[in-house]
Design a protein around this ligand. Structure first.
Ligand code: ATP
Length: 327
C-alpha cells in the first residue's frame, strides 16, 4: 500500500494510562499494513533527545494489549521544552530516518508534537490519560479502566463502612477535572460527589446530602472527592466530623487507579486510535490529534484542539445531583 511516510516513531509521554500498550500495538501493526517501518521511542521526549529507541516488529508487540502501563515507559522532559532540546530531538529523528511521529499522551505531549512539526516532521497525537480531560475528545485511553478500578475499591470500602456504620471519604484522581469522581460517584451510589469544576458549599453539597441519607435510613455514607477539590479529602472529612460527629475515614486511592488490565473499552478505543493515527500519516496528513465524538472517531488540527474547552458531562452531573443523598 502506498504511504506518504516511510518510517514512524511512536512514544508514550506524560502520565501513563492502561490501554497505552494496545495503542502502541495498533500503531505497529497498522504501520505493517501500510508498509511503513516503526521505531519505538522509550521515555517520551526524554528518549527522543537521547536517542533511546528500539525497532518494533510484529512479534515485539504480540500480547501487550492486555497489559497495563506502557512497554515504552513514560516520562516528562523539562529539557524538551527548550528550543535546544527540540533541536536535539529533531536531530535524533533525522539520524534514525524518521519522517513522522505518533505521540500518545495529553495536552503537553500534543504541544511538544507541534514543536517537532516546526522542525519538519509529520505528527499525530493520540489522547491517553485516565482523567478524560482532553477537550477535543469525549473519551481518552485509560479512563474506563481507571473508573472501574476506583469503583472496585469503593465497593470493598463500602462493605466495611456498612459493618461499622461509618462515613467513607474517598479521594480519586482528577487534579483539574472531576470526570472520574462524577462517573464513579454515580456508579457507586455515592452520598455526595465533590468536583473541582463546581464551587463548593459544604453545607449544601456535603452535609445536607448526608443528613438526607440518614433521614432515609442509611447508617453508612460514601463521599467521593476529586483530587483537585480545595483542601482535599482530609478537609472534607474534617467538615463532616465537625458537622455530624460521624466516624469518618479517608482513603486516597492514588496511583492504583493508573494500573491494571485495560478494559475492553480502553483496548478497543486504543486500537482504533492507533490505526487512525497511522492512516492519517500514510495519507500525508500532519498536525492532527485523534478524538472521539460520541461513538465516532474523528480528528482535529492540534492547534484547534488545544483551544477547545471541556466541562463536566452535562447529562451525568444533574443525575448525580438528583440521586446523591438518597441512595
Ligand atoms: P498528562 O495529562 O497525563 O499530564 P501530558 O502529555 O499533558 O499528559 P505533560 O507533562 O504536560 O503531560 O507533557 C508531557 C511532556 O510534553 C513534557 O514533559 C514536555 O517534555 C512536553 N511538553 C509539555 N508542554 C510543552 C510545551 N508547551 N512545549 C513543548 N513541549 C512540551
Amino acid at each position: 500500500m502506498n504511504s506518504a511516510v516511510k518510517r514512524i516513531g511512536v512514544f508514550t509521554s506524560g502520565g501513563d494510562a492502561p490501554g497505552m500498550n494496545a495503542a502502541i500495538r495498533s500503531v505497529v501493526r497498522s504501520c505493517m499494513y501500510y508498509g511503513i517501518e516503526c521505531i519505538g521511542i522509550r521515555r517520551g521526549y526524554h528518549g527522543l533527545i537521547n536517542g533511546d529507541f528500539l525497532k518494533l516488529d510484529f512479534e515485539s508487540v504480540s500480547g501487550i494489549s492486555r497489559r497495563g502501563g506502557t512497554m515504552l515507559y513514560s516520562a516528562r522532559s523539562e529539557d524538551f521544552k527548550a528550543k535546544k532540546g527540540q533541536e536535539k530531538a529533531a536531530a535524533t529523528c533525522k539520524l534514525l530516518g524518521l519522517d513522522a511521529l505518533v505521540g500518545i499522551g495529553g495536552d503537553g505531549t500534543f504541544r511538544g508534537l507541534l514543536c517537532l512539526a516546526e522542525q519538519g516532521l509529520s505528527v499525530v497525537g493520540i489522547p491517553g490519560t485516565i482523567d478524560n480531560d482532553i477537550a477535543c475528545s469525549s473519551y481518552t485511553i485509560g479512563y474506563d479502566t481507571a473508573c472501574n478500578t476506583a469503583l472496585e475499591c469503593i465497593d470493598k470500602l463500602r462493605d466495611t463502612m456498612q459493618s461499622h456504620e461509618r462515613c467513607s471519604v474517598v479521594e480519586v484522581m482528577g487534579r483539574h477535572a472531576g470526570h472520574v469522581a462524577l462517573n464513579v460517584g454515580v456508579a457507586c451510589g455515592a452520598t455526595s460527589v465533590l468536583v473541582p469544576e463546581q464551587p463548593l458549599n459544604y453545607e449544601e453539597d456535603l452535609i445536607e446530602p448526608i443528613r438526607q441519607a440518614r433521614l432515609g435510613g442509611r447508617t453508612n455514607f460514601t463521599v467521593i472527592v476529586a483530587e483537585g477539590v480545595q483542601g482535599g479529602a482530609y478537609e472534607v472529612a474534617r467538615q463532616i466530623t465537625e458537622a455530624t460527629a460521624l466516624d469518618t475515614r479517608v482513603t486516597i486511592l492514588g496511583h492504583v487507579q493508573r494500573g491494571g488490565v485495560p478494559t475492553l473499552r480502553d483496548r478497543v478505543a486504543a486500537t482504533y486510535m492507533g490505526y487512525e493515527a497511522v492512516r492519517l500519516l500514510a495519507e500525508g496528513k500532519t498536525c492532527r490529534v485523534i478524538g472521539m465524538k460520541g461513538d465516532e472517531y474523528v480528528n482535529y488540527d492540534i492547534k484547534e484542539a488545544l483551544k477547545m474547552e471541556k466541562g463536566l458531562d452535562p447529562q451525568t452531573y444533574p443525575v448525580m445531583k438528583a440521586l446523591t443523598g438518597i441512595d
